[in-house]
Design a protein around this ligand. Structure first.
Ligand code: NAP
Length: 460
């Protein structure tokens, strides 16, 4: 195939990636966006398979077969709740691939005896450095999210200074390599230090902050791929890597904003350990409500707002929420869903789950849209959410989550909280909402409780 056709295919896939990202910016177009992005990837693969430089197909076909089988298995069997660690695992693969390409290019050039131009050695060094630290960083993130490694921040004295020194040494090796491309020791020491830095960068971060870290690591993997594109002269890698790099970075910034935390606080604040020292909470009694009473409140309400959180994801209660909402709507109750940007454990977590249950987009309300509605809401049903409805974030300036925007369910006439027991949210903080007079606790697994509520409402 002529080279210009391959370049056109790359251009087309770049356009499809951009259309994909645009589509994914809204729940209603997200599916279509995914389709564009997948199609773009298929075209990029076809373009790459038509390259003239391919001398042997055996490795390529084996790689395609192994990758497809692994992807299929992960896609079919990994549950939605394990999606964050699955994504971290994929990032590790992507970053390792970028590093290995860089290492093989360096090795090839070094042994051919042809000196590497400064631009190429710069791109290769950048690719391998970022790729290596992203590989180990993503594996640690995956281990923490899966519970294989301790989720709490692992901290030691002088950690930040040690890490900064390590990073400076790694970058120092990169600079030396740039000046003396033929001195291989700089290259291999840089890789070793970057691999170690990836581990040390992620261990002091609590598992709850992992989504931010992962999207940051995703952005590094994207930039490493863009650098690979420069080193190989491959346009689609440059486009896709740059899109990945910057969209990942923007996503990290947005998540930090939604939690009212700075990036530095997420990366160097060891957040989980800080929260454990937080005070025990307001004290007092939590009021319980029985199933029948809760069903009566819901059945005779004018407006009910469901507030899903991480507990809905772990209970897989999205379908039964929809069932309860349908039952209430049949009785003339107005039903809305309040979506907090960081509810759950990954961006868009609640949107994805509710879309899976075919909840209409018109019933989903963002924070700014729904908060003014709470005072006129008869019942707010909190389904496994905790931190995103913690009024301390609004009322207590000394709270570790002070300033984080919340869903103001405490302003509803009645808030019914569905959770299993007295467990805390990821921040480890007590939630004064649970002690308020207009709050009632309905204990049990969210899915089971909602199923029981549907039956009770039907009886009325
Ligand atoms: P959360 O604060 O983690 O609270 C979840 C609650 O669900 C827990 O209190 C737990 O209480 C309850 N729960 C767990 N399993 C349950 C089950 N099977 N049935 C019923 N309840 C269950 O969740 P959130 O309010 O969604 O807040 C998300 C947190 O993650 C925020 O603090 C946010 O900053 C953080 N975060 C999110 C993202 C993101 O991208 N979404 C990224 C970074 C950080 P029990 O144990 O008593 O049941």
């Amino acid at each position: 195939m002529p080279q210009y056709i391959i370049e056109l295919l790359y251009l087309l896939s770049g356009i499809l990636f951009i259309m994909g990202l645009r589509g994914m910016s809204h729940p209603a177009t997200a599916r279509q966006g995914m389709f564009y992005a997948e199609f773009g990837m298929l075209i990029a693969i076809i373009g790459t398979l038509c390259q003239h430089e391919i001398v042997k197909w055996v490795w390529i076909v084996s790689g395609l077969a192994i990758g497809s089988i692994l992807g299929l298995v992960m896609g079919l069997w990994v549950p939605m709740t394990a999606m964050p660690q699955r994504t971290a695992f994929s990032h590790a693969f992507g970053a390792a691939a970028a590093s290995l390409v860089g290492i093989s290019e360096y090795y090839r050039h070094h042994h051919s005896g042809i000196p590497l131009p400064p631009f190429i050695i710069g791109a290769l060094g950048f690719e391998v450095l970022l790729g290596s630290l992203t590989t180990t960083g993503s594996l640690i993130a995956c281990g923490k999210l899966q519970g294989i490694l301790p989720g709490k921040p692992l901290v030691f004295k002088g950690q930040n200074i040690f890490n900064m020194t390590l990073l400076a040494c790694t970058v120092g090796c990169f600079v030396c390599l740039f000046v003396h491309p033929g001195v291989t020791i700089f290259f291999y020491v840089m890789i070793a230090l970057a691999l170690l830095f990836g581990v040390l960068l992620v261990i002091p971060i609590g598992s709850a902050d992992m989504p931010v870290v992962m999207s940051l690591l995703n952005s590094y993997a994207g930039l490493a791929s863009a650098a690979t594109g420069f080193a190989l002269g491959n346009n689609v890698l440059i486009i896709a890597g740059t899109l990945d790099g910057f969209s990942g970075f923007i996503l990290s910034v947005l998540m930090c904003k939604a939690m009212n935390r700075s990036m530095a606080n997420v990366l160097f604040g060891a957040f989980g350990s800080v929260s454990e020292q937080a005070e025990a909470g307001p004290g007092g009694e939590m009021r319980e409500i029985g199933l029948e009473d809760a069903a009566t409140q819901l059945a005779y309400a004018r407006q009910v707002v469901f507030v899903p959180g991480y507990g809905m994801a772990t209970a897989q209660a999205q379908h039964v929420i929809r069932e309860l909402a349908d039952t209430l709507e049949e009785r003339g109750v107005t039903v809305k869903y309040a979506i907090h940007p960081v509810a759950g454990r990954m961006p868009g977590h609640m949107n994805v789950l509710l879309a899976e249950a075919n909840v209409p987009y018109s019933e989903l309300y963002e924070l700014d849209q729904i908060n003014p509605d709470f005072p006129s809401t008869d019942v707010a049903v909190v389904v496994g959410a905790n931190d995103v409805v913690n009024p301390d974030a609004r009322d207590n300036a000394s709270s570790p989550i002070a300033g984080m925007p919340i869903l103001e369910v405490d302003r509803a006439k009645l808030a019914i909280v569905l959770k299993r027991g007295k467990g805390r949210g990821f921040s480890g903080l007590e939630n004064p909402l649970f002690f308020k007079e207009n709050t009632a606790m309905l204990y049990g697994d969210a899915k089971q409780t909602l199923t029981n509520l549907v039956q009770e409402v039907h009886k009325l």
